[in-house]
Design a protein around this ligand. Structure first.
Ligand code: C2E
Ligand code: CA
Ligand code: CA
Length: 441
């Protein structure tokens, strides 16, 4: 079946309502009209050999620009993207759809690789730094592309397919472009199934913590575990958090997941040697809700686990969005002896002043930095972060250690802790217990 046939038949199945929220156009009607008009004009004007591509662009983490520079400057940035950046590519016709979303239409001759190369040009012009008064804004974009071979396709259908491709690009971590393929509708069906099953699975204990060892690099022994959520789905098998956390958030079940994880984690950790720590992840939104600290502490105290054995891993985006309430949660946790680790350090916007003010106990170097250790610049950066941790008296954990060379390099830097597939993958509670007990006879 042709792509257009697939899009149409899939749309006919009523899958539209299960599109991820990121794919929904907020001021859809007039944007779609403008897009349809542009599409009609381009179909009319194109050479016989030309094909048409629609690239749907979403700026990555644009809310941070609004937060850091203010909404007026945010609007100015969008204007620059629309007029000076996208407008500068001769062959591309761009339409500002809504907020930080743009549609780019372009004719091309040849196969998908040619269209992807043009999509890459779009990403490159967006990546050029934007100077706004005292601010320099660095943007990246995710894109979903669909090739419109059949002119009869409506803007609506094309947007739907491009939206699906875009949500795949975003799930892959952003800053990338995905081209629509019919299997994406199967993924949509899988997501719908997960949405339907999530509530009961949470209640039945089908979602549960797996444990990845955190190793003392000095002697290669585990000193604790990070709890990572896994879903034993009855039909789709073992699912990682990338598959279900976005659905958990969309369905407003994130607190249920957090509290379930903590209950189970406290129960499991009581079986390990008493000096073993356990780390849990808390999302930025959860950190900003002070009620969560109260509930977390209630669960912790009821479990009997010593608070000093619990480490709560936070990411820096929470600190940017709502510093005051994040502070409050952090303070009430730390007052009882719970420790805080700053996760994914080195990927975001944490400034040194923020680090000093925040009363953080540990730094976790993001695995993308460890994966850059084969380059001189990567080694310098990792050394700088380990030195920073030392000068702030914060023990550092390097994540994503995959090779003996990674481990050796970090050990030579006197980095305290390591975590990664080289030492052990996330494993079920009984395997973690065996590992913990056997490492400390
Ligand atoms: P994270 O907190 O940065 O967790 C580390 C992730 O890196 C885990 O992915 C882990 O399996 C993976 N990893 C560990 N060592 C290596 C390595 O050597 N190489 C590579 N390539 N990957 C490695 P996972 O389990 O898929 O979790 C992904 C993210 O989902 C976590 O990133 C965390 O942000 C989030 N997450 C997991 N469980 C929970 C949870 O219960 N609640 C919340 N809010 N977030 C969670
Ligand atoms: Ca983590
Ligand atoms: Ca991490």
């Amino acid at each position: 079946m042709s792509i257009s046939g697939t899009i149409k038949s899939a749309l006919g199945r009523g899958s539209r309502s299960s599109l991820p929220p990121s794919a929904v156009m907020s001021n859809g009607f007039s944007s779609r009209q403008r897009l349809q008009q542009a599409l009609d004009e381009m179909v009319e004007a194109r050479e016989p050999v030309d094909r048409l591509a629609l690239l749907l662009i979403d700026l990555d983490r644009f809310d941070l620009v609004n937060d850091l520079c203010g909404p007026a400057k945010g609007d100015a940035v969008l204007e620059i993207v629309a007029r000076q950046r996208l407008g500068s590519i001769r062959t591309v016709r761009s339409i500002h759809l809504a907020a930080d979303k743009f549609a780019c239409l372009f004719p091309f001759a040849g196969d998908e690789a040619i269209a992807l190369a043009l999509a890459d040009t779009v990403q490159q012009v967006i990546r050029e730094p934007i100077l706004l008064g005292e601010h320099v804004v660095y943007l990246t974009a995710s894109g979903g592309m669909v090739i419109a071979d059949e002119p009869a396709l409506s803007a609506d259908d094309l947007l739907h397919a491009a939206s699906l491709a875009l949500s795949h690009a975003q799930q892959a971590g952003g800053e990338t472009v995905r081209c629509f393929c019919p299997e994406m509708f199967t993924d949509l069906d899988d997501r719908t199934e997960l949405e339907n099953d999530l509530r009961t699975s949470l209640m039945r204990g089908e979602i549960l913590p797996y444990y990845q060892p955190i190793i003392l690099l000095d002697n290669s022994r585990p000193k604790g575990f990070e709890a990572l959520a896994r879903w034993h789905h009855p039909r789709q098998g073992l699912l990682g958090p990338d598959r279900f956390l976005p659905i958990v958030d969309d369905m407003g079940l994130d607190r249920d997941l957090l509290f379930m994880m903590l209950r189970q984690v406290c129960r499991d950790a009581r079986d390990w040697p008493a000096h073993f720590t356990v780390s849990i992840n808390i999302s930025p939104a959860q950190l900003c809700d002070p009620d969560n600290a109260v509930m977390l502490l209630r669960i912790l105290f009821a479990s009997g686990l010593a608070p000093g054995r619990l480490i709560v891993e936070i990411t820096e985006s929470a600190l940017i969005h709502n510093l005051a309430s994040a502070h409050e949660t952090i303070r009430s946790l730390r007052n009882t002896g719970v420790r805080i680790a700053l996760d994914d350090f080195g990927t975001g916007y944490a400034s040194l002043s923020r680090l000093c003010n925040l009363e953080i106990d540990h730094l976790k170097i993001d695995r993308t930095l460890i994966q850059s250790l084969d380059r001189e610049a990567g080694r310098k950066l990792v050394k700088a972060v380990v030195d920073l941790g030392r000068s702030l008296s914060m023990p550092v954990t390097a994540e994503g250690i995959e090779t003996p060379d990674h481990a050796r390099f970090l050990r030579d830097l006197d980095c305290a802790f390591g975590q990664g597939y080289y030492f052990g993958r996330p494993e079920p509670a009984d395997a973690a217990r065996t590992r913990a007990l056997s490492s400390h006879p």
